[in-house]
Design a protein around this ligand. Structure first.
Ligand SMILES: CC(C)(COP(=O)(O)OP(=O)(O)OC[C@H]1O[C@@H](n2cnc3c(N)ncnc32)[C@H](O)[C@@H]1OP(=O)(O)O)[C@@H](O)C(=O)NCCC(=O)NCCS
Length: 190
């Protein structure tokens, strides 16, 4: 599917463009936003490479990665980066990741971002299962994934090597029939 353009009550998910490098760097270059992620803060140059790779992957056939911008519709600014990647070894399944600029936290936008990613995966891509993994200390992500309708599944031991040490991940998932019965499915248009 290309281009992605999905709207919720306040947010839009859209394809990235080369004009988005500063905004992506404001997220992925930020120490607070990346504290619990699987990498250290990115430089501006690395943010440029991420955007370039995202744009390139959006044109691949078949498309297996959706690295998208999360835009506040009223303000028109890109405040988040969200990624859905099809699982290469599982049927109709994908993993999602997402991060928002810290000044927007606590207003429900994280929950809406997960809903929009689920709308993409279930409504448009016909997936059966979407899952996510968080760092054990990432309380905000835990609450966001649960509030968005996901179920905690378990722990992947020593899943990620980051900041010089192995780190566990806690995983969550939502299935297509759960999504269709949830409030979240009603919040995303298209
Ligand atoms: C995770 C993240 C997207 C949440 O965004 P957000 O817009 O603050 O989320 P919401 O406002 O929708 O809040 C969802 C829930 O999380 C809770 N929450 C948000 N920030 C929190 C924090 N710092 N500590 C504890 N709970 C928090 C909210 O209270 C809400 O819970 P509730 O349903 O019990 O009220 C945001 O914190 C972020 O970008 N973090 C950095 C990147 C990251 O960790 N991504 C997730 C990777 S798995």
């Amino acid at each position: 599917m290309h281009p992605v353009d999905i709207a919720g009550p306040r947010l839009q998910l859209r394809e990235l463009t080369s004009d988005d490098v500063d905004a992506v760097h404001a997220i992925y270059g930020d120490a607070e936003a990346t504290r619990h992620l699987s990498f250290e803060p990115r430089t501006h140059e690395q943010a440029g490479e991420i955007v370039a790779r995202s744009i390139a992957s959006s044109g691949e056939q078949p498309r297996t990665e959706y690295a998208l911008g999360v835009v506040r519709q009223e303000e028109g600014d890109l405040v988040g980066f969200a990624r859905l990647a099809l699982d290469p070894h599982a049927q109709k399944a994908a993993t999602i990741g997402f991060a928002l600029r810290p000044h927007t936290w606590g207003a429900g936008l994280g929950t809406e971002t997960v809903h929009l990613m689920c709308a993409l995966g279930f409504n448009h891509l016909g997936l059966h299962r979407i899952w996510a993994a968080r760092a054990p200390l990432n309380t905000a992500s835990a609450k966001t994934l649960l509030r968005a309708g996901m179920t905690e599944e378990g722990r992947i031991r020593e899943h990620v090597f980051v900041r010089g040490a192995w780190r566990d991940s806690i995983t969550y998932s939502v299935l297509d029939h759960e999504w269709r019965e949830s409030d979240g499915s009603a919040t995303a248009n298209g």
